[in-house]
Design a protein around this ligand. Structure first.
Ligand code: SF4
Length: 688
């Protein structure tokens, strides 16, 4: 039997690499390079290389499952759809909530958004962007008028100074890490700011090992040093920004002298001085950040501080510059663009704007209207409402998400989900969340569907179907449409293909209006905004002006605040969480990949050798990690790559779930949880 090759886009991180799926006898059996993508030029990281391994796992869900007497029983689609439609109709609109997904396509997300607002008529729709880059969306929109990565992946290679803060790029966005290395080979300085000397840190010219949560203090300190030396870009500030005097009055406070900043952050004064000089004088400095910046109760402040530093030094709107938020999941940018958020329709058209509300209501044509034009609950708030206000939320429909591993304080999340009257989960595998459901629906993975996803750099690329779904599994958008039709909304969900959904979506979405499948069906695809059919797309934002009403960026005075829970006598260590190169998020896909699971079969806690010695803990020893929320047993990894007093746990692993320990404290604006900083203690296991 001959092999065939189907070009598609990686289902894992937000880089958006392309490769071929290798198909034999109608089944995907491997991956092969696709050389023509400008993003990755035929290269992939291990996750991309082995991305075929979970597709035909025997664990795939193949039939609908209905829970009867506490056990799942196989059901027909007709039975499942009838039950779901009957139950969904019993709830009032705002008793229902929807979690859409950063893993599925734009078309699936658009369908879910339309379902939430048009069928449930609920305001409460969100997805896991809340847990990763909600601070970016809110922070950058507030200062630049657009909440997305400003530049493209390709032009990182043109930077003269790459400042990476709170991103382990080499492990979590490896093909973006490759662009950093190209910049370095061309003479750029690489500055790395993180609590851990990760593989990214090992390639840096300057490593600032700071305490998690002290980002604003460090960034304000760099800005003070830049202003003191007259290195700020006066022309850029004058012509293109508002708010400079406010910013200056804050950052010039004695609190941000380099001596004070050094005390708070743990970074030597000389290194701070060097960083400020390299940063300001390079001519083209790019900031790259990820969840080390965003997952804090000061996440929005951290994001705005990155923007302040780039405006101060005039590093925006040109190749090699920009505020480059590296988004974690393959389509987290797209899920936000599609309006899978409680405050916007597609392209960030506000639900509280009567004109936007009317536009969607008129276009969709639901005879009984759509959800009222008021903001809804974020996923983190939904969980709090479920536990704190019994009876307010009663029903939830979750597509492709696993909050029972991904969300903070898992005991709290379990309590919340168990208090629902009715829970429907739609996924490709049974996971820690779907076991709690009343009905589980079998969905399709990236290799079984056509569609689009939008990478971290706003590049909208295609998925292409390579094999049929297993058993009776159905396309996500098709399942949503089937439920809607069973509830009486035939006309509004009459799509016959993903392309028809894209066409409808683009007609309502200004930044995608010039896109169609024909234009996207080429290696370089298109970056949004692409407002007309003739528009070439926009790899770099803010070239001439910002997206603010007066076209100017807004510099903002941000004062430093510590995280919610600091180490103390009882819980003396600062815990930070993150990911590793071999696994992705809650592990549902990568842990079913033989090659990836073999590399990293379980989690670990990183402990500095001095701390380990004081505690009498040996490398490889099983210990207890304990916070005020819970405890786990986990293997100690004693390493000098982590700062003394700090510990790190990757969050992928259910058997030692980091989120048993994390705190459900939220940024007041973005409602993102503080996954990057809480207090823990560790103990030896007696008798071990
Ligand atoms: Fe996939 Fe990201 Fe790896 Fe590229 S870098 S192959 S998109 S996981």
């Amino acid at each position: 039997m001959e092999l065939s090759y189907v070009q598609t886009t990686c289902p894992y991180c937000g880089t958006g690499c392309s490769f071929n799926l290798v198909v034999k006898d109608g089944k995907v059996v491997g991956t092969a390079p696709y050389q023509r993508s400008p993003v990755n030029e035929g290269k992939v990281c291990p996750k991309g290389l082995y991305s075929h391994e979970f597709i035909n796992s025997p664990d795939r869900l193949t039939t609908p499952l209905i829970k009867k007497d506490g056990k799942f029983v196989e059901a027909t689609w007709d039975e499942a759809l009838k039950l779901i439609a009957e139950k969904f109709k019993t709830f009032k609109p705002d008793e229902c909530a929807v979690l859409s997904s950063a893993r599925v396509s734009n078309e699936d997300n658009y369908a879910m958004m339309k379902f939430a607002r048009g069928v449930f008529k609920t305001r409460h729709i969100d997805h896991c962007a809340r847990l990763c880059h909600a601070s970016t969306v809110a922070g950058l929109a507030n200062i630049f008028g657009s909440g997305a990565m400003t530049n493209s992946i390709l032009d990182i290679a043109q930077s003269k100074c790459v400042f990476v803060i709170g991103s382990n790029t080499f492990e979590n966005h490896p093909l973006i890490g490759r662009k950093i290395m190209t910049a370095k080979a061309n003479g750029a300085k690489v500055i790395y700011v993180d609590p851990r000397k990760t593989p990214t840190g090992k390639q840096a010219d300057l490593f600032l090992q700071f305490y998690s949560g002290t980002d604003v203090c460090l960034l304000n300190g760099l800005m003070q040093e830049i202003i003191k030396n007259g290195w700020e870009n006066k022309e850029f500030i004058e012509k293109r920004c508002n708010g400079y005097e406010d910013l200056k009055s804050e950052v010039m406070k004695p609190d941000y002298s380099l001596e004070n900043v050094s005390t708070v952050t743990g970074v030597p004064v000389e290194d701070l001085k060097t960083a400020a000089e390299w940063y300001a004088k390079s001519g083209a400095t790019a900031i790259l950040y990820s969840m080390g910046i965003t997952q804090h109760t000061t996440g929005v402040d951290n994001v705005k501080s990155c923007g302040n530093l780039q405006m101060l030094t005039g590093n925006l709107g040109r190749p090699g510059t920009g505020v480059n938020a590296l988004r974690g999941q393959n389509n987290v940018q797209g899920a936000c663009d599609m309006g899978a958020l409680p405050v916007v329709y597609t392209a960030y058209q506000k639900v509280i704007d009567p004109a936007a509300h009317k536009k969607f209501e008129d276009a969709w044509g639901f005879p009984d209207g759509i959800a009222e034009g008021k903001n809804g609950y974020e996923v983190t708030v939904m969980m709090d409402v479920l536990t704190d206000k019994p009876g307010e939320l009663k029903c939830m429909y979750i597509m492709g998400e696993n909050p029972m591993i991904s969300d903070p304080d898992l005991t709290h999340v379990e309590h919340a989900l168990k208090s629902l009257d009715f829970l429907v989960c739609q996924d490709i595998f049974m996971n820690e969340t779907s076991v709690l459901a009343d009905v589980v629906l079998p969905a399709t993975c990236f290799a079984e569907k056509d569609g689009t996803q939008t990478s971290t750099e706003r590049r909208v690329q295609m998925w292409r179907k390579a094999q049929d779904p297993p058993g009776e599994a159905r396309l996500d958008w098709q399942i949503i449409a089937d439920i809607a039709k069973a509830m009486g909304y035939e006309k509004q969900f009459a799509w016959k293909s993903a392309e028809e959904i894209f066409t409808e979506m683009a007609s309502l979405t200004p930044s995608y209006a010039g896109m169609n499948y024909e234009r996207l069906n080429k290696p370089e695809a298109l970056h949004w905004p692409c407002p007309t059919k003739e528009h070439p797309g926009t790899p770099i934002l803010h070239g001439e002006k910002f997206g603010m009403p007066d076209g100017k960026g807004l510099m903002t005075a941000i004062s430093f605040k510590y995280q919610t829970e600091r180490p103390d006598a009882e819980y003396p260590f600062l815990l930070t969480t993150g990911r590793c190169i071999w696994h992705w998020h809650t592990g549902t896909m990568t842990r079913r990949s033989e090659n990836l699971e073999r590399e990293e079969p379980t989690g670990w806690v990183e402990i500095n050798p001095e701390d380990a010695k004081a505690l009498g803990i040996r490398n490889g020893e099983m210990i207890k990690a304990i916070s005020r929320r819970g405890e786990i047993q986990i293997t100690a990894r004693v390493t000098d790559t982590i700062k003394k007093g700090v510990m790190f746990i990757p969050f992928h692993f259910v058997e030692c779930a980091a989120n048993m320990l994390t705190i459900n404290a939220l940024d007041p604006i973005a409602k993102i949880p503080e996954s990057k900083a809480c207090a823990v203690k560790v103990e030896k296991i007696q008798g071990a």
